[in-house]
Design a binder for this molecule. Structure first.
Ligand code: FAD
Ligand code: DLZ
Ligand code: SF4
Length: 508
């Protein structure tokens, strides 16, 4: 009897675990565009279009290769509306009683599959370097799960940038060389862009009709939607962007949305590119002498370090991770995250880029929108939903540890040893946003003072009990305590006033 092989929208590779277990002669592949997946958060239209187009093309390739693929389009009359509904419908149609699935990247779907009235065999996703067991082994009995130690293990395991037992160049991590402020301009032309073909155009029309009101601009649409294109985007980055990736990894420029970032995460996460292929290409560029060590190491660390580590945390911490809120932050996410107006140029710029591209680079996510949400005491569940919705690369397994853990410290310090907070100074140093801002980054209080400056100290004071003893924050508490008392009171009351005005919906 045939079995159903589930392939989800972010599992688009012939190498995916469930397909490797399947029998091309007798099993039936199930793929479905469904309303539930497209609307459990209001995804950016570009994200939906990217996945639907890539799914349709993948299904066509499988069919050409001789698979029996049952593909449901969003507007098909008999579309059951959910992944589990589609599986049930296909089970009835084919008489199959067993489903083979690759473990989904969100607990929500893992649980739904687990509750189905059919036998579901869930196989761990094989697209990662570290299995759950390996991560748990590493994490077991450690007091702190710091990424750096996990990363070193992954370097040894893969042999990337290794000189025998030692790291290439003598150091494991060149992060300190990767914090150069924004240059005047960058000579990388940005990610490779692709003209929509017929399949993509058809999907764009559908998405426009069904999701046109979601936050985010659909057209122009330039993403790769098949592996060959994604590979070309990778080569383009390796030859044009990688060399500068290290130096300007943390920089932000108003007129350049991408700087030297690869813009490959959406392709890697959806299965169009394999992490190994990406890292091999980086290692080869380094071996050929085309890129410096700090660039190659910085990039490889993001993939075999941060990316793998985040996944490990998500599955280890379990389904309640997205509801953690140790700082008890309750404020609603301000309207300007969804495109409302704000005078804060850094936020306005990061949100506009997010709206236009379904993309913002790491430091914009962490030190602009993330930093502000944390300083302003926004409910981390709302912050999490926003990030999950607006970025083309967002699935909970990678988004939640970045947001709940790294960015909002809502997990109490599992991912980070201290919260990622900064006043306006950091943004002024790393970007050119402050020059064009209605606020003055140098001003600490009074009319026109940068809100980050006020909120930074208000956050420190609000959470004194938790962070005062943190050795990495003690110096800042000493600076705050040395300030004149009247000034401290002014800072706190102006911060409070700012937050009240923001929550009332005034333009801030
Ligand atoms: P590059 O800067 O070129 O980095 C290279 C690759 O490294 C990326 O493609 C990605 O695969 C990997 N990578 C880098 N940093 C991380 C990280 N912290 N965690 C996991 N992988 C990483 N990444 C996602 O893939 N999906 C998300 O939903 C997501 N949400 C985030 C939310 C917040 C608040 C923060 C601070 C970070 C988030 N990240 C997320 C991580 C990172 O910002 C993105 O991976 C990166 O910006 C993608 O752009 P890029 O491909 O140009 O990356
Ligand atoms: C994100 C997404 C969207 C928008 N739509 C679909 C879909 O219609 N069908 C599908 O199989 N997958 C979709 N996805 C990706 C899933 O939401 C993703 O597989 C889970 O969140 C687990 O990572
Ligand atoms: Fe952002 Fe403050 Fe700079 Fe304005 S002055 S761009 S609010 S950091």
């Amino acid at each position: 009897m045939s079995r159903l092989i589930l392939v989800l929208g972010d599992q688009l590779t012939e190498e995916i675990a469930a397909l490797r277990e399947a029998d091309r002669g007798s099993d039936v592949v199930v793929m479905a565009e469904v309303a539930d997946e497209a609307s459990y958060v209001p995804h950016h239209p570009k994200k939906i279009a990217f996945l639907f187009a890539a799914m349709r093309k993948f299904a066509a390739r499988l069919k050409e290769d001789g698979w029996d693929v049952r593909y449901t389009r969003l507007d098909d009359d008999d579309n059951a509306g959910s992944i589990t509904g589609e599986l049930l419908r296909r089970a009835e149609e084919t008489g199959a009683s067993e489903i083979i699935a690759t473990e989904p990247g969100e607990w929500r779907l893992i649980e739904a599959l687990g509750e189905m009235p059919l036998t579901v065999r869930m196989i761990e996703d094989n697209r990662f370097l570290a299995s759950h067991a390996e991560f748990d082994d590493w994490a077991e009995d450690r007091k702190e799960l710091r990424m750096e130690w996990f990363y070193r293990q992954m370097r040894r395991k893969t042999g990337y940038l290794m000189d025998g037992e030692d790291p290439e160049g003598g150091k494991w991590n060149y992060d300190h060389d990767n914090r150069k402020p924004a240059p005047g301009d960058v000579d990388f032309s940005g990610p490779m862009q692709f003209t929509p073909d017929e399949v993509v155009e058809e999907v764009l029309d559908l998405v426009e009709k069904r999701f046109g009101d979601n936050f985010g601009t659909l057209r122009p649409f330039w993403f790769a939607t098949e592996p060959g294109q994604a590979r070309r985007a990778l080569s383009h980055f390796i030859s044009g962007g990688l060399a500068k990736f290290g130096d300007f990894q943390d920089a932000m420029l108003e007129k350049d949305n991408f700087l030297s970032h690869s813009v490959l995460s959406m392709y890697i996460n959806a299965g169009l590119l394999d992490w190994r292929e990406v890292c091999d290409a980086v290692q080869a560029a380094y071996d050929a002498g085309d890129v410096p060590l700090n660039a190659a190491e910085g990039f490889i660390r993001q993939i075999i370090g941060w990316r793998e580590y985040m996944r490990g945390i998500y599955y280890r911490e379990g389904p309640d991770y997205t509801r953690r809120n140790v700082l008890n932050h309750q404020r609603k996410l301000p309207w300007f995250y969804w495109g409302g107006e704000t005078d804060m140029n850094c936020i306005a710029h990061a949100v506009a880029e997010t709206r236009d591209e379904a993309y913002a680079h790491h430091i914009q996510r962490l030190m602009v929108t993330g930093n502000f949400a944390l300083l302003a005491g926004i409910d981390p569940a709302e912050v999490h939903e926003w990030y999950l919705a607006v970025y083309a690369d967002a699935y909970e397994w990678v988004e939640a540890p970045n947001v709940i853990g790294m960015s909002q410290f809502a997990d109490g310090g599992i991912v980070g040893s201290k919260p990622y907070i900064s006043s306006g100074n950091y943004i002024a140093k790393m970007s050119d946003y402050c020059g064009g801002c209605a606020y003055d980054v140098k001003q600490k209080t009074g009319e026109g003072a940068c809100p980050f400056n006020l909120l930074y100290w208000a956050f420190m004071e609000r959470h004194r009990e938790r962070f005062e003893k943190n050795p990495r924050m003690a110096q800042m508490y000493r600076t705050w305590d040395r300030m004149d008392e009247a000034k401290r009171e002014t800072v706190l009351s102006e911060a409070e006033d700012f937050l009240e005005r923001m929550s009332r919906g005034d333009r801030v």
